[in-house]
Design a protein around this ligand. Sequence first.
Ligand SMILES: N[C@@H](CCC(=O)N[C@@H](CS)C(=O)NCC(=O)O)C(=O)O
Length: 254
Amino acid sequence: MTVVLYWMSISHPSQVARKMLDLKGVEYELVDVVPLNQRIHLRLAGFSGGTVPALKLDGKRLQGSRQIARVLDERWPEPPLFPADPALRARVEEAERWGEEQLQPIPRRLFRYGVARDPQLRERVVRAQRLPVPAVTAQAIRPALEWYVRTVEADGRRATEAGVRADLAALPALLDHVDRLLGDGTLTLDPPNAATLQIMVSVNLMARFADLAELVASHACAEPARELFSTYRAGLPPFLDPEWLERLRTSPTA
Ligand SMILES: N[C@@H](CCC(=O)N[C@@H](CS)C(=O)NCC(=O)O)C(=O)O
């Protein structure tokens, strides 16, 4: 049996896939995909899609954190990522889908907006990723970043100013929803289910963005998110317009 995870350490759905393998106690090989090279690298490795996480399992190729969750749970049932009770399972699956479609795109979009618009942030990220000749690389990747800025995510938004401002406006209510899912037991912590992992990784990443740290810390989900993904290091210094953040602080749901 061979298990190979194609991942990027900065990618939050990649962190979910790795965490699931670790929880199941599966031995696996890790392949680091260089950021912005996903499409080429994964096609060369025989995958049909161009995103991480991607998993080779006994010759089968799987992509997407939700698909990977299901296949791993079938193959290694303990500890379970989904509850056995059908009604409970439906709740967890719905929360997981919500986490992937509504929450997961937000930190990715803010990140893309920041690195596309802020040259200093871009160079800092390039250095942190140990890409060669950082100053030159930071310039060279601009066209690719512009392409990603225009990409429409599952929630219909792009990494433009309008998209990012819509994210900031939506975020307090989304984090309140995470707290409710924790409070009503949909998101379990011991063991964490697939929805917990899918959602908490995004909460964790947003807490590591200096601009959002205060907002996230004011929610109950901040603590379990930090504990679950304590080794995930992908922070960003402030890069958003302080005026937008001021509105976030004074918005009625914040
Ligand atoms: N919803 C997918 C998202 C995967 C995804 O978009 N991964 C990003 C990194 S966080 C990626 O590889 N993007 C490359 C691209 O879209 O070309 C999942 O949960 O696996």
